[in-house]
Design a binder for this molecule. Sequence first.
Ligand code: FAD
Length: 445
Amino acid sequence: MAEDGSAHAVVVGAGVAGLLAAHVLARSFGRVTLVERDALTGGAAGFRAGVPQSRHVHILWSRGLRALNELLPGVGADLEEAGAAVIGAPDQMRWLSPAGWFAGVRGTGYLSVSREVLESVLRRRVAASPVVTVLGRHEATGLDPVPGEDAVGGVRLRERGGAGREFTLRAALVVVATGRGSRTADWLLRLGYAPPAAERIDAHLGYASRYYRRPAAEPDWRAIYLQGNADLPRGGVIVPVDRERWLVTLIGQGEHQPPVEERAWLDFASSLRSGELSAALRGAEPLSDPVAFRATANEWTHFERAKRWPRGLLVTGDALCRFNPVYGHGMTVAALQAQALAAKVAGRAPGEIAARARAAQKAVARCPRAAWMIATGEDSRYPGTDGPPPGPLARMQQDYLSRVLVAANTDPVVSEAFFAVLSLNRRPETLLAPRVALRTARRRT
Ligand SMILES: Cc1cc2nc3c(=O)[nH]c(=O)nc-3n(C[C@H](O)[C@H](O)[C@H](O)COP(=O)(O)OP(=O)(O)OC[C@H]3O[C@@H](n4cnc5c(N)ncnc54)[C@H](O)[C@@H]3O)c2cc1C
C-alpha cells in the first residue's frame, strides 16, 4: 500500500452509486475507502438518515438487475434470498396508465425490494473485498487540491460524533457519490473551478409512503400502479417488499401533494382514478405512519462539459444527475454508470485512471441520457412544470408517445417495445421502428 495515496481510491457516499463504484475500483486500486456520513451496521438492513428516500417505493428495472448481476455475479439470487421478488410488468400487476388499463400484454420485469434490503445486500458483497474499507460516521466537507497542479489529491473529512476530528484522506482518485444533496459544485468552486452548467425541470411531484402487513389472503395481482393523468394528477403504488410487507406510496403533483395525516392519507388513496388501491388497503394493517418526500426535480449538473477538470475526480449517481423518481430510473442508471466506469478502468494502473478522470466523467455522464429524455419529456407535458417549455419537436414526440401508450395498453408488440424503453433495455428511438409505428397508427383508427 502506497502511503502517499497513489494506489488509493476514495469513494464518498455509500448509496447504490458509491457501493458499485467502490466495487469496480477494487479491481484496479490497492486500497479503496468508502466514506459514509451515516453509521453503517455491517450488512444489516435499516433506515438511515442519509437516504431519506428509502422509505418510498424503489423498484429496480430489469436492465438495472442485469447490470447488477454482471457487476456482482449472483447478487440477484442473494437479493431474492433476502426477500426481493421479480414482478412482471404489467402482466403480474394491475396497472392503470394515463391511457387506460394494461390488459393481457407483457412488457418486462422489475425487482421489488425495499431500498434498505437492496443496499444491505450490496454492502455485504462490496465490503467483503479485502481491498475495500467502509468508513462510516465520516462526512466529507471538501476536496483537497494537489498544490500547483490541476488535480484533486484527497478529500477533507470530519468525524461525526466523538471528537469530531478533521483530517484529509489522500487518494489518487476521489469519486463523489453523495446523492441528491451533493455539494460537489461548491467544493469545486472553492478550488477555483467555474460553476458547471446545470439543467432543472421540476414537475413538483410529491410522495407519501407507509408500510402495511401483507395480507394472508393474496389478491390476484402482485402489485398495483395507478397513474395520474392531466385531469387528476394523483397516483398510487403497492409493491410487496421483504416478503411480509407492502410498501404503499401515494403520489401527487402540484396542488395534489399527498398528505401524511392518517385520515387525509386514506382519503387521498380513495380519490385516485380507480378504487382498487384503497379497496386493497381496507382491513390491511398499517405498520408505519405515512412519511413525505417532496424534492423530486430532474436536475443534471453537467460536470462533463466543464472547460477545466481536475485529475483524480469523478462524480457519479444522483450527485451528477437525478430524476423525478416516478419513472424508477435512478438505481438502474447508477448501475450503468458503474459499468461505464468499469470499462474505463479495466487494465489500467491507478495513476493512469486518475489521469484519465475526465474521459471517465464523460463516459459516466452518457448513462443518464435516455432516462433524462424520458423523465423530462413526460414532465414537461404538465403546465405546472418549472423548466423550459417543450419545443415543436418535443411536442411531436409527446404526442407520438401518448399514441404508443394507447396501443401498448392492449397490443403485445407495442407493449413489449414500450416497456423495453421504459426499463432502459432499449433506446427511446426504437419506438419509431416500423412495426411499432404501424401498430400504433392502426390502434388509433
Ligand atoms: C422518493 C424517491 C424514490 C425513488 N425511487 C426509485 C425507484 O423506484 N427506482 C430507482 O431506480 N431509483 C429510485 N430513486 C432514485 C434512487 O434513490 C437513487 O437514484 C439511487 O439510490 C442512486 O443514488 P446515489 O447512490 O447516487 O445517492 P444516495 O442513494 O442518495 O446515496 C448518497 C449517500 O451519500 C451519503 N453522503 C451524502 N453526503 C455525504 C458527505 N458529505 N459525506 C459522506 N457521505 C455523504 C449519504 O448519506 C448517502 O448514503 C428514488 C429517489 C427518490 C428521491
